[in-house]
Write a protein that binds this ligand. Structure first.
Ligand code: DGY
Length: 321
């Protein structure tokens, strides 16, 4: 690289990542960490060679159309890239990259936390302890769903789905999955493939969602599909909130059709459907999937590896457009 490229960074990043940015680029850093408006993204792109956005920033077709001609690449600090209009970026010849792989284990850990927390009523129990409403231990008290031996339905058997399957196997669960195509047996590791989603739903005592956000997966888990789950099932989502029809999920949690839900992601987050907050059988986390020190550093380094490759004239390893 001759003159260090200018990178507009939309959010505060881990210290080690910002240090590397300062060393190798001319970064425009976000001191107050407030997600930028569309206008601020356009403004930040003036004379910038690259953008480094996060899932909180919507880089719509309109924003892309208004980016400065200087912008040649967008390296998002995330595996998901539904916040970027990929077709519009391609039309303008802007290369887009993401950060897959490095958040697989951290996200799978959070899926297991949600499976266990929702099935074993962790939210209710924690509240009883904090609010001093915990009475004597009771043989009939706080009974939850038995995880060992339960059938775990994995919707989307990509890297994260498979990492959840490995963990859940250790918990003695019986693994089932639905995916666009069947995995080779080495990757399947004994899990049962269902070619149709309905077949998977029918056997999912616990359903864990791991599909990307696309027009095809919007509100995939609707009232009709929830009805196909076994009575008393548990639903877990660490993928994207728009895969779930919130009204339908909330109705099923209220009626007792579902035993519980464990959610880390929400449609319109952080402005979640307010009724979730009222449900004792909803175990809720604030999009923590990738939130470990090591993972967030690795995501930043992966975004920078992509920028390095691009500006050194190599193909970025994680190019999605
Ligand atoms: C991603 O990278 O897409 C994750 O949702 C962030 O945790």
């Amino acid at each position: 690289m001759t003159d260090n490229p200018v990178v507009f960074v939309t959010r505060r990043l881990p210290e080690a990542v910002e240090d590397r940015l300062r060393r190798d680029y001319k970064p425009r850093l976000n001191g107050d960490d407030r997600p930028p408006t569309a206008e601020e993204v356009v403004e930040g792109s003036r004379d910038a060679d690259a953008l480094l956005p996060c899932p909180t920033d919507r880089i719509s077709a309109d924003v892309i159309a208004r980016l400065d001609d200087s912008v040649k690449t967008i390296a998002t600090f995330s595996a998901g890239f539904e916040h970027i209009d990929i077709a519009a970026a391609k039309d303008r010849g802007i290369v887009v990259t993401n950060t897959p792989d490095v958040l697989t284990d951290a996200t799978a850990d959070i899926a297991m936390l949600l499976i266990l927390g929702a099935a074993r009523r962790a939210h209710e129990g924690g509240r009883m302890v904090r609010e001093a409403t915990w009475g004597a231990w009771a043989p009939t008290g706080m009974r939850g769903v038995h995880v060992t031996g339960a059938r775990l339905g994995i919707l989307g058997m990509g890297r994260i789905g498979r990492a959840v399957a490995r963990r859940a196997t250790g918990f003695g669960m019986d693994i089932h999955y639905h995916n666009r195509s069947r995995l080779p047996s080495g990757l399947e590791s004994g899990a049962t493939f269902h070619s149709g989603l309905d077949g998977l739903l029918a056997v999912s005592d616990i359903l864990s969602i791991h599909c990307p956000s696309t027009p095809d997966t919007a509100k995939l888990l609707n009232a009709e599909r929830i009805a196909r789950l076994p009575d008393g099932a548990v639903v877990v989502n660490t993928a994207r909130g728009d895969a779930v029809d919130d009204d339908a999920l909330i109705a099923a949690l209220r009626s007792g059709k579902l035993f519980a839900a464990g959610l880390d992601v929400y449609d319109g987050e952080p402005h979640i459907h307010p009724d979730y907050r009222t449900l004792a059988n909803a175990f809720l986390l604030p999009h923590l999937g990738s939130a470990t020190v090591a993972t967030r550093d690795a995501m930043g380094f992966r975004a920078l590896d992509n920028l390095d490759a691009f500006f050194q004239g190599r193909e970025p390893p994680d190019r999605v457009a």
